[in-house]
Ligand binder design. Sequence first.
Ligand code: DGL
Length: 265
Amino acid sequence: MNTTRPVLVFDSGIGGLSVLREMRVLLPERHFVYVADDAGFPYGDWKEEVLRAHLLALFGNLLKKYKPQLCVVACNTASTLAINDLRAAFPDCPFVGTVPAIKPAAEQTGSGVIAVLATPGTVKRAYTRALVTSFAGQCFVRLVGSRKLAAFAEAHLRGQPVDMAALAAEIAPCFVEKKEQRTDIVVLACTHYPFLINLLRKVAPWPVDWLDPAEAIARRVRSLLPDDGREIDPLADIAGFTSGKADFATRRLLHGFGFKYEAYA
Ligand code: DGL
């Protein structure tokens, strides 16, 4: 079968590109559409009910417009709130979410002390708390909700400077010393944060593993798609921004990820 229906990758901003880049490696033959709800960015402080309704309405439009064969909600803040609602509302389209990698962190930690770095929304979610209870009961888990990091990543990706002292202050609560043990894994539970990894390493008080689940998500997506051996037009991928405004730096960035910018209507 030769289908050109795309895989839709969604985030509030450009953070979902950290998941997209892994999918480009594992699924080079796929056609992608990237949608950033930049008009709604950041999602971290939205009221849960308002954000849920907003996402359901937005995805209703996106599914009509792009007819994707699968949607990747490359946003922890949205997935931990609404992935089950989206699956229930749109049963004909498979949804893959991004949720904090607490289970693998609990399996891999040597010290038993882990931190989850996320937006304030993700940290508050019942979904995230349930992951801790179900999979990390034997660990000390520090949940850290940052108000600034996603915006730092947006700026950094567009070539703007990041205030390193402010960055250090944002991640400081992740670094816990308990008796003889200290944090050895920080879960990157916001898709924006992997883009800051080199800066995070510089300001961390001690070396840790920064756990980025993007590759695991890409593998999951690959496992759900039929292996139908198509060839696509490599220039056909488009990215839409809900604000309808993407500046030059953003367009250049999208181009680097293989997308042509299209004003989202
Ligand atoms: N990239 C989003 C996430 O994974 C959050 C960015 C935001 O809207 O603050 O949670």
